[in-house]
Design a protein around this ligand. Structure first.
Ligand code: SF4
Ligand code: SF4
Ligand code: SF4
Length: 182
C-alpha cells in the first residue's frame, strides 16, 4: 500500500493516488522524475522546511509548516534542472526589460465556505491576514457574517493560508495545465 502523507490526507487523497505537489519551478511530472536524482539538496535548502522527501524519495511540497515565499533557494541548488525556470513564450511584451517566466506552479487555494468560521458568525480572519498577495478579502454581510472572497487570479498558490486555518477548510488545488518543456 502506498504511503500517505498528512498533506495527502488533508487533500482528501486517502489512497495516495493524486500527483504530489512538487517544489516550485518543477518540470512537468513526466520530466521531473526523469531529471530529479533525489539528491535532497532542495529539501536541505528550504529554510522554511516546506519540502519533504515524498513517495519514491522524490521531493514534495508540504504546506503544513507554512507558505512558500518563492525565495528561489531550492531552485538555485538544483543541479539537474528538475527545478527550472521556463521562459514564457506567450509574453511578447516589447516593453518588458526582463525575461518573463512561467509561474512557479499551477496551484490555487479554495475555501469551503459552508464550514468557514467567519461564515458562521465566529470572528476569524486568519487566512486573509496570512495572504501577502491580498487575494482574500472579507465581504461584510448582515448577522455578523464576513464572507471570505478569494480572488484566484491574485492567488499565487503559496499555501500560506492552508496551515493557519483553525478548522482546515482551505485546500490547495492543482489547476493542472502542465506545460511542455521546450
Ligand atoms: S535538488 Fe533537484 S535533483 Fe535534487 S532532489 Fe531536489 S529536485 Fe531533485
Ligand atoms: S522557493 Fe524558497 S520557500 Fe519556496 S519551497 Fe523553495 S526554498 Fe522553500
Ligand atoms: S489565497 Fe493564495 S496567495 Fe493568498 S495565502 Fe492562500 S494560497 Fe497564498
Amino acid at each position: 500500500m502506498a504511503q500517505i502523507s498528512r498533506m495527502q490526507l488533508l487533500r482528501g487523497d486517502f489512497k495516495g493516488e493524486n500527483k504530489p505537489f512538487r517544489p516550485p519551478w518543477s518540470l512537468p511530472e513526466q520530466y521531473f522524475t526523469d531529471y530529479c536524482t533525489r539528491c535532497d539538496k532542495c529539501i536541505e535548502a528550504c529554510f522554511d522546511e516546506l519540502i519533504i522527501k515524498g513517495r519514491g524519495g522524490y521531493p514534495e511540497i508540504d504546506f503544513n509548516k507554512g507558505g512558500c515565499d518563492f525565495c528561489e533557494d531550492c531552485l538555485n541548488v538544483c543541479e539537474t534542472s528538475a527545478l527550472k525556470k521556463i521562459p514564457d513564450k506567450q509574453n511578447d511584451d516589447a516593453e518588458a526589460d526582463f525575461e518573463s517566466y512561467l509561474p512557479p506552479w499551477q496551484l490555487k487555494a479554495t475555501i469551503n465556505l459552508t464550514q468557514c468560521l467567519s461564515m458562521n458568525a465566529t470572528i476569524c480572519r486568519s487566512c486573509g491576514e496570512s495572504c501577502d498577495d491580498e487575494a482574500i478579502k472579507f465581504n461584510l454581510k448582515l448577522g455578523g457574517i464576513a464572507e471570505p472572497v478569494l480572488d484566484s487570479q491574485q492567488c499565487s498558490g503559496c499555501g500560506a493560508c492552508f496551515s493557519v486555518c483553525p478548522i482546515q477548510v482551505i485546500k490547495i488545488n492543482s489547476i493542472n495545465t502542465q506545460t511542455n518543456v521546450a
